[in-house]
Design a protein around this ligand. Structure first.
Ligand SMILES: CC(C)(COP(=O)(O)OP(=O)(O)OC[C@H]1O[C@@H](n2cnc3c(N)ncnc32)[C@H](O)[C@@H]1OP(=O)(O)O)[C@@H](O)C(=O)NCCC(=O)NCCS
Length: 374
């Protein structure tokens, strides 16, 4: 046994995001699927999503988001000693996307790995990174949630392909001595769970070692997302209620004291149903699914970064982040936003000054239909 270490507090120093330039509107599906903008909007809340360019990888998208987060924290790549990427659409089966990202960033002193927990990937990763920082195994971490869902979508399956999009979003997290964090900012309790007996209601059947790629696996679309939508929906609603209630009880905080509920963005009806059942005010829920669809591991950090850039997150606010996803997996996290004085610039001070270039480009992107490319 080594010397006992003091447990550290863990705070979010900065955020960043990247969404690919190409905006794919609902009505563009109408040219090759039996669907409509009206159906997608009414049943999911989604109006558009961004699709990565053919050669654009998850580590490329992560790199943009990571650089933005580092810049906002006033840090360079070598200030990071842990890199974690949450993804189910990594660049390669191995090595990890975090390894590819580390190479692209030019970071040489950190260690890096991926976490695969589907739409719960970000919360699971936040829990893992927090534990490593709290226990002193790393000092500063880069956590990225990033997906190229378009690479594994079956664009002949109207029940699934309309739901997802591509994006990356990053957080820089740092361990601080509790004595230097008098305000008690940072990550609080987690509430996590999974049920592997329901793995087959949402999965990618082929490509792993249990079913390696063959001509037949490609022909029968085995490398794409397979989903039993209604079963996923029912479980999602149940688990979302449970994780919100569970983390608030663990933290000992009443729902009225929460400033922002940030849900995984899978379907606006799922979010609305949690909110209505728990009788929580709509204005405390952040929803951006209409612009991105479900970006799996990226949805929650994407919401966080937008709130930061809009100046709507301020120091001292209480946040509940919550999710569910394939696995099935589910989880939630409580955090008190803000960084102690001395770790400048604080995320709340960023306001709108540096919204990413790619987003401005996307705002002016042509709406003309193009072929779906991988
Ligand atoms: C997928 C989902 C949007 C479908 O919505 P729904 O209201 O449950 O719709 P249903 O599955 O009952 O299907 C109703 C009808 O719409 C049809 N439909 C499905 N997708 C459609 C589409 N894109 N456009 C038009 N019709 C569609 C179905 O074929 C069905 O037709 P039928 O009645 O002739 O058989 C919904 O189940 C859902 O969001 N599930 C959760 C998915 C999810 O969150 N996945 C990610 C988890 S992290």
């Amino acid at each position: 046994m080594g010397p006992q270490r003091q447990m550290m507090d863990v705070v979010v120093r900065s955020t960043g995001r990247y969404v690919p330039e190409r905006v794919f509107l609902n009505h563009e599906f109408e040219s090759f699927l039996d669907t409509s903008d009206q159906w997608i909007t009414e049943r999911t809340g989604i109006k558009e999503r961004h699709l990565a360019a053919p050669g654009e990888s998850v580590s490329d998208m992560s790199l943009h988001a990571a650089r933005q987060a580092l810049e906002r924290a006033g840090l360079g790549p070598e200030d990071i000693d842990l890199i974690v990427v949450a993804t189910v659409t990594g660049d390669t089966v191995f090595p990890s996307t975090a390894n590819w990202l580390q190479g692209k960033l030019g970071n040489t002193r950190g260690w890096s790995f991926d976490i695969n927990a589907a739409c719960s990937g970000f919360i699971y990763s936040l829990s893992t990174v927090t534990a490593l920082l709290r226990s002193g195994q790393a000092r500063r971490a880069l956590l990225v949630g990033a997906e190229k869902m378009s690479a594994i979508l079956d664009f002949t399956d109207r029940a699934s392909c309309v739901l997802f999009g591509d994006a990356a979003a990053a957080l820089v997290l740092e361990a601080v001595e509790p004595e230097q964090n008098g305000e008690g900012y940072g990550i609080g309790e987690f509430y996590l769970g999974s049920d592997g007996s329901l793995a087959e209601i949402l999965y990618q059947p082929c490509g792993g070692s249990s079913s390696p790629p063959t001509f037949s696996s490609v022909q029968r679309h085995g490398h794409y997302v397979k989903m039993q939508g209604q079963d996923v929906y029912k479980n999602a609603v149940r688990r979302m209620d449970e994780v919100v209630d569970g983390v608030l009880k663990k933290q000992g905080v009443a729902p009225e004291s929460v400033d922002w509920f940030i849900a995984h963005q899978a379907n606006v009806r799922i979010i609305d149903s949690v909110r209505e059942r728990m009788k929580l005010p709509a204005e405390r829920f952040y929803v951006n699914i209409q612009r991105y669809g479900n970006t799996t591991s990226a949805t929650i950090p994407l919401c966080l970064d937008e709130l930061v850039c809009d100046g709507r997150l301020s120091a001292g606010q209480n946040l509940v982040l919550f999710t569910f996803g394939a696995g099935l997996t589910w989880g939630s996290a409580f955090l008190k936003w803000g960084v102690p004085a001395g770790l400048a610039p604080a995320p709340g001070d960023i306001a709108k000054r540096d919204i990413s270039d790619n987003e401005e480009a996307a705002a002016g992107a042509p709406a003309a239909p193009v072929e779906v490319q991988r």
